[in-house]
Write a protein of this length. Structure first.
Length: 114
């Protein structure tokens, strides 16, 4: 599971460089995200623009990442592809996560709020 990250003023953008988060990659995703969150700033945004498929294991891994954050951290999502967005909507996880249309607006929004 390849994840890239870039830090901005008070935010970390984590880009998932895979087209699937499924049963085969969910554990690896969860482990890598835990590292990104543990040493990250108070705000972490996951860019899912390259992820075209997310199954229940993948959804569970994203939820596990949310649960692993510190109490003073936020974990947000950006750039959900239609199939991935549908999974979040059908499971009502879209009410649990802050979801941004794209990564640049998520990061710019944080900069504007500072």
């Amino acid at each position: 599971m390849k994840l890239n990250h870039k830090d901005f003023d008070g935010s970390r953008l984590v880009t998932v460089c895979e087209n699937r988060i499924d049963a085969l990659s969910a554990i690896q995703f969860k482990d890598e995200m835990r590292k990104m969150i543990d040493d990250g700033p108070n705000r972490v945004v996951i860019d899912l623009s390259q992820v075209e498929f997310l199954d229940s294991s993948g959804l569970g891994a994203v939820v596990a990442a949310l649960k692993s954050k510190k109490s003073d951290q936020s974990l947000e999502l950006a750039s959900l592809q239609p199939a991935v967005e549908k999974v979040f909507r059908l499971t009502r996880m879209d009410t649990v996560f802050s979801i941004h249309d794209n990564a640049s607006s998520a990061i710019e929004g944080a900069a504007d709020a500072s």
